[in-house]
Ligand binder design. Sequence first.
Ligand code: NAI
Length: 279
Amino acid sequence: MPKTVGVIGGGLMGAGIAQVFVAAGAEVSVVETGDATAARQRVADGLAKAAERGKLADALDAALTRVSVVDDVSALPPAAELVVEAVPEVPALKVDVLTKAEQVIGEHAVLASNTSSLSIAGLGSALRRPDRFLGLHFFNPVPASGLVEIVTAPGTAAGVIEQARGWVRGLDKTDVVVRDSPGFATSRLGVLLGLEAIRMLEEGVADAEAIDTAMELGYRHPMGPLRSTDLVGLDVRLAIAEYLHATLGDRFAPPQLLRDKVADGQLGRKTGQGFHRWA
Ligand code: NAI
């Protein structure tokens, strides 16, 4: 496992990614340009929950000493063996933080993006070492999810892929290796199902609870497509759908209801209201 890890973006995903590496024994530095206190709290809360469930190997206090939050990529530890970016799904923003991170870390470090959909080759095209860059797509909530999708660009070195697979196994998760293509294997299928469920709501086929229950009990999905959209965040799903619409065609056109809810601030679980109400 990497001893030192950098995570850029301390939001929903970044905090979860930081938590699982800390729990695995790594020193983790989180770069957060927004509310650093909130980012630190997210990681600390997650670690406290893991400790309560007996899923932390060492004491909570000891684990907390391995987390630091900084406000700029330039403050990443130069010794980081792995840096994962988890900033919003905006290509220019991701390219910016990745190219800056590359200037800080050593030439043998691995750089990764947690993007849900964007081209890994595209994000890595400005890097000096695109061979040491790949997608490490974690799922929400990171500590509870068993999967990491490893996305490889044509230029990703085979040794880097193997190193990443070993780290994923070290986190007690399963990897799937997927070729770089819009939405990879997971978002491409998951988002399509979510968008169709929203179109069904628009057409009045059934209400949200009925659509989700249909898939949960009828198809044995652990979570229906609308509940899953709420969990991911409607804003995050809209950004992914817009990108998949542009790259894969009209079947990914975002429904008006999704746009309206995002404009109205109904972003899902994180705001208390999406397609369902969250207490
Ligand atoms: P989020 O909005 O919760 O977190 C993003 C964080 O990045 C925020 O705290 C923001 O202040 C920070 N940030 C913005 N610019 C920054 C910069 N220049 N340097 C450092 N920090 C910066 O978003 P979320 O949901 O964590 O998504 C992050 C990425 O993970 C996106 O690419 C998304 O597509 C992907 N993803 C999201 C999943 C989800 O279920 N929400 C699941 C899997 C991947």
